[in-house]
Design a protein around this ligand. Structure first.
Ligand SMILES: Nc1nc2c(c(=O)[nH]1)N[C@H]1C(S)=C(S)[C@@H](COP(=O)(O)O)O[C@H]1N2
Ligand SMILES: [Mo]
Length: 409
């Protein structure tokens, strides 16, 4: 814990002044692929083809991997860490948790400490603060992007995700609010800027610097978590060890991994991740882009391979999951005839805002042929998946109903 004066203003402990080096120095050590293994350069954990589809520096979760060959559930409410999708702008840094310090500075703190007088919180300091456990989804803003092209004939550059850049986990850590207050938060703070310790993001000769994205103070104080555990174990390198941010309901980019510093400012902050990226650009959007993306839209997915083969004249149980960034799911409808008729799916659990809702329907296809399955969810806020998603140049927030082809034999 940083020391505090009697007045409540934090006193920078001698050991906390300059705390720049450790995390960063350790972060220079970038993991290398093991030849002939399931690894990808830049990602530490193995990526077996049964669980993942590799997409550049990223690994997409295969939805069909949530079921065994015999149709039994292979994954419960939460996705095991080893099966969780990975979205890396660059590569996973290996950070020594002992030398790591979270540095807090900026005009929104008492005494407005500049970066070189940042307050340093070690992992033990964070663990000494009250711990909180939450369930939350991490979902990339570009999840479903490839369907802009495949369903709407509108191509967007960027990782061509299907629906697998999402995962649910149980996260334990300390509320960001708690740490901000311990650091001497003032009521003038408007934005906080968490910065990752991964290598700088460089594209076509432009160096955008380390991955970082401002978060409005209201959301920071509401439910953002500085997580050090995922599904009951310390964070692993690929998912942000030693500490990452988890911002429930918001686009995945808000949940900065490998946090090294947090600027707290009394004025709006900017980084390429809320100016150039993660806003809606293109026809139908304001010139210069829409507002910085925040909450996720309603989506649904089947726990089934695309083009799965099913036997005719037999009862099948189709399983899937639906979710929304803003409210619990209220209703899931499924169509097995290309969207002509719909019926209610049976929900397997009481829908909650923080996570997805599992569901299933029976289906007995009598005749062989090609079919298109569709699932459409509605949340308690009244948001329903549309037939068509508003296009945007970067292909964010594809929330339309997805046509899932299967073959009946
Ligand atoms: N430091 C850092 N944080 C990051 C990223 C990154 O590349 N670097 N990617 C973001 C994006 S775009 C997403 S979708 C999530 C993915 O989290 P995961 O890899 O644990 O699934 O992390 C976010 N946090
Ligand atoms: Mo993302």
């Amino acid at each position: 814990m940083p020391l505090r004066s009697a007045a409540g203003a934090p006193v920078v402990p001698a050991s906390a002044a300059p705390v720049f080096a450790p995390g960063r120095a350790a972060a220079e050590e970038v993991p290398r692929p093991v030849p002939g293994s399931d690894n990808l350069p830049g990602i530490v954990k193995p990526l077996p083809a049964e669980w993942f589809v590799r997409r550049d520096s990223n690994a997409e979760m295969r939805w069909d991997a949530l079921r065994d060959a015999d149709g039994k559930a292979a994954v419960g409410r939460h996705v095991p860490v080893e099966r969780f999708f990975v979205r890396n702008h660059t590569s996973t840094p290996l950070i020594d948790p002992v030398g790591w310090r979270l540095r807090l500075f900026g005009s929104g703190l008492h005494g407005a400490p500049p970066p070189e007088r940042a307050l340093g919180f070690g992992l033990d300091d964070l663990r000494a603060l009250p711990a909180t456990r939450i369930d939350a989804l991490i979902e990339c803003a570009g999840n479903g992007r490839s369907y802009f092209d495949r369903q709407q004939g509108e191509r967007a550059p960027g990782t061509p995700w299907t629906l697998g850049s999402i995962g649910s986990a149980s996260w334990r850590g300390v509320r960001l609010a708690e740490v901000l207050r311990a650091a001497g938060l003032t009521d003038r703070a408007v934005d906080v800027l968490p910065t990752g310790l991964d290598p700088d993001y460089v594209v076509d000769g432009t160096n955008y610097g380390p991955v970082r994205r401002p978060l409005p103070i209201a959301k920071a104080l509401d439910d953002a978590l500085l997580a050090y555990e995922m599904n009951g174990a310390p964070l692993t390198p690929d998912h942000g060890a030693p500490v990452r941010l988890v911002v429930p309901g918001w686009v995945g980019i808000a949940s900065i991994k490998w946090v090294g510093s947090i600027e707290v400012a009394d004025h709006p902050l900017h980084s390429p991740w809320n100016t150039d990226f993660y806003r809606m650009f293109g026809p139908g959007h304001p010139p210069g882009g829409g507002p910085a993306l925040t909450t996720q839209v309603v989506k649904s997915a089947f726990e089934l391979a695309e083009g799965a083969r099913l036997t005719a004249g037999r009862e099948h149980r189709l399983h899937g999951r639906s979710w929304s960034g803003t409210a619990p799911v209220r209703l899931v409808e499924v169509s097995t005839d290309g969207g002509r008729s719909w019926r209610r799916a049976e929900l397997a659990e009481e829908p909650r805002a923080a996570g997805w809702t599992r569901w299933s329907v029976d289906w007995r296809p009598e005749r062989p042929g090609r079919y298109e399955l569709r699932a459409r969810a509605t949340d308690r806020g009244g948001a329903t998946q549309p037939e068509w998603a508003a296009f945007n140049r970067e292909g964010y927030l594809f929330g339309a109903v997805v046509a899932h082809p299967v073959t009946v034999l």
